[in-house]
Design a protein around this ligand. Sequence first.
Ligand SMILES: O=C(O)CCC(=O)C(=O)O
Ligand SMILES: [Fe+2]
Length: 308
Amino acid sequence: MNYIIGKNKEKWGGVWNVPHISVAYLVNASVLDTENRIYNFRALSYYDEKFKDDEDVDPDMNFCRLLRQNGIFMYVDNMVEYGHLARMNTYDITRTNPDFYEIKSNEFEWRRRYIHENYTQTLESGNFEQPCPDVYWFPVASPIFCRHMIEIMENYGQWSAGKNQDPRLEGGYESVPTRDIHLTQVGLDEQWLHFLALFIRPVQEKIFIGYEHDPPRALMNFVVRYHPDEQANLRPHHDSSTYTINIALNRVNVDYKGGGCRFVRYNCSVTDPRLGWSFIHPGRLTHYHEGLTVTDGTRYIMVSFVDP
Ligand SMILES: O=C(O)CCC(=O)C(=O)O
Ligand SMILES: [Fe+2]
């Protein structure tokens, strides 16, 4: 009912007196006044002497029955936006930043919290900045996205050695290794594919016209950590991707100095990445590129090789 009416508020908006409500309600505190003991607040809907041993009594039914018996009216109201219920059954509180894992089950909240405030407007306008030839740049991740991603990785803590031998890979060998953590290691790989399909694919289709691959595939999704004493840069290479996503998770000249990405063929560097903005560029042939040296602090980026 709420769905149908919600779409036609002018015509159908109102407040209805109803005999039964469930799941979510606003209750005037006086109704639950413990002095009057109409209901026992301790067990709210369950408590009723008569049914206290009956496990089959539905809590909603019993609660509403008690209200009716005591002459307390119940209403459904679609005139005011009170919010909505998040799904909690998928929520895994053993994770660092469990909200971040909820992109599929609580997409509405996820989007509001983790997507950059200018993402939609940029996508709709179709005006994407192009700092180097066929390297485009767009806002996608909110500052909280960036912080939560770094926290998830640092909390997990098992950064790779940045060596050629890499037991996480099928062949056991990475020719251009970074010090990184893969999303599979923190249980975010499925969520990431959803993120690519929802938020990256529409941008890609507007920029590289005629390439349509739905849903996008990606096996290599990882956060790189650059630090002068660890890995400070990345030598020129191609990515094993049709296109690559590279999101800046922290701020140049605030969190680190130096860094950035240079495209060798065009002798073009982007040295002023913006927090939560992503590059999108072809992975092979023309876009031979390198990670420039970080001279101070720690630089974090989220990289994804899409359609390998
Ligand atoms: O440091 C950068 O921005 C480049 C990273 C990169 O090319 C990669 O991880 O494949
Ligand atoms: Fe790369």
